[in-house]
Write a protein that binds this ligand. Structure first.
Ligand SMILES: [Fe+2]
Length: 447
């Protein structure tokens, strides 16, 4: 009877793992997918903490970490101290071992790893964070071509009543099944991001102001602003998640029409004459034409973003109400104003202008954050929707983090940030003597 109940529970967990992994397939935004992937994996084994590492430029980078215990300590919504760090891929760490061997590995008591084992659990980070990683399940995330995309790590499983426990064989099996399917969803999202960024490079080739880093910063800031705005409006969760999944992809394409504007106009350092300015403004209509027959929600988002991101709240933007024969005496299409402009265009306008102000351009140095934010605030109700500016101000703590993640350097032209861009070039075992003096063992760590 006990055995039957056990099998039933395991079978139910396997089915849940299948459903959760299938749900990841509809996600295209890498950040959102990683967040959900880790939440789902943790829920399968009730893990107190977990991490997803991604392989980037030959290292394992902490792409996302969740830790119920530490999040209480550092504050909900704050980054965990090791986020963005990275480590060498070798067999010496659990994550490195699994990345190379490509098979799951479970350690139910990190104090009892055989000293002759090639991998060890390095406890330095445990000491630094006052958190003990006692039981760790580590699984490879393998791409369809067989290579390791990343590593999934679940830490400290708990019973229903919140007591520490070990990983059960059933839990390990469900995790392995989940990780195999989730890896394919991750591969698809990474591939879409790469394709989008390659397309953007067609623009960056002729326009020095449009970098892949700019596109990604605008995308991430747009998502943050939208999330706050939608939260304030009590937008249903399903709708919010649909937009949060697709808006970053659409936002990256906001200036895609520039690939049809001449290099002379795009790269001209001085003021544009009237003809040149009209040609430049044409990037909106040209880009929108690429999505003029929207088939999907993403197409519609992209169309809104492209068409409306240079409109202004006060009606002085462009391209105006194209195709509606609503022109002024000089033959210029009358501008959309206020809520005639789609919310996605209003959000993009804020994200795009802020990023331009805080970036170096041919004609100006980068404004520091406080000056750029001040200018944005002054334009509330003029250039920008006041409600969107409210949301922008509410999320301003992420501005520095976004710029740090996608810096304006040559290296960021790669879609995968280098280790140095995301954090220190880091190896747990190389770190200096930060171990508290009352601890004995040579301090090393692994989260
Ligand atoms: Fe633009």
């Amino acid at each position: 009877m006990t055995l039957e109940l056990f099998d039933e529970a395991d079978a139910a967990r396997d089915r849940l793992a299948g459903r959760l992994a299938a749900g990841l397939n509809r996600l295209v935004d890498v950040d959102l997918l990683l967040k959900k992937l880790l939440i789902h994996a943790r829920s399968l084994v009730k893990a107190e903490a977990g991490t997803v590492y991604l392989v980037r430029r030959g290292r394992l980078v902490f792409a996302i970490s969740q830790n119920d215990y530490l999040e209480k300590a550092v504050g909900i919504g704050q980054d965990l101290p090791f986020l963005g760090e990275n480590l060498r891929i070798d067999r010496g760490t659990l994550a490195g071992f699994v990345a190379i061997e490509q098979r799951p590995l479970t350690v139910n008591d990190t104090d009892r790893i055989d000293p002759d084992s090639p991998f060890q659990h390095y406890k330095r980070l445990d000491h630094v964070n006052s958190y003990v990683c006692r039981a760790i399940a580590t699984l490879p995330l393998k791409a369809s071509g067989g290579e390791t995309l990343g590593v999934l790590q679940l830490i400290n499983p708990q019973t229903v009543s919140g007591l520490s426990t070990e990983f059960s064989p059933g839990g390990e099996r469900a995790l392995a099944f989940f990780a195999d399917s989730a890896a394919l969803a991750l591969e698809k999202a990474l591939m879409l991001r790469k394709t989008t960024l390659l397309t953007i490079r067609a623009v960056t080739a002729s326009d020095p102001t449009e970098t892949a880093a700019h596109a990604q910063r605008v995308a991430r800031l747009s998502a943050e602003i939208y999330d706050h705005w939608a939260n304030g409006r009590k937008t249903p969760v399903v709708e919010r998640e649909r937009v949060l999944n697709l808006l970053p992809v659409a936002a990256m394409m906001h200036d895609i029409g520039k690939c049809f504007i001449s290099r002379e106009v795009l790269g001209k350092p001085g003021r544009l004459n009237l003809i040149e300015r009209k040609a430049m403004e044409g990037h909106v209509a040209v880009g929108a034409a690429m999505f003029s027959i929207p088939r999907t929600y993403l197409d519609r988002l992209a169309l809104n973003v492209i068409l409306d991101h240079h409109e202004r709240w006060d009606g002085l933007g462009y391209p105006g109400r194209l195709g509606l024969s609503d022109y002024d005496a000089s033959g210029r299409a009358k501008g959309k104003k206020g809520e005639e402009i789609s919310i996605f265009g209003r959000i993009l306008a804020v994200a795009d202008v802020y990023d331009a102000l805080s970036s170096r351009r041919i004609y100006k140095e980068a404004f520091d954050e406080s000056l750029a934010v001040q200018i944005m605030e002054q334009e509330s109700g003029h250039h920008f929707d006041p409600e969107v500016i409210e949301s922008f101000m509410a999320v301003r703590q992420v501005l520095g983090k976004i710029r740090q993640r996608f810096p304006e350097t040559g290296a960021n032209e790669d879609d995968e940030p280098s280790p140095g861009e995301l954090g220190q070039d880091y190896d747990w075992r190389d770190r200096g003597p930060t171990q508290p003096p009352d601890l004995e063992a040579p301090a090393e760590d692994e989260p």
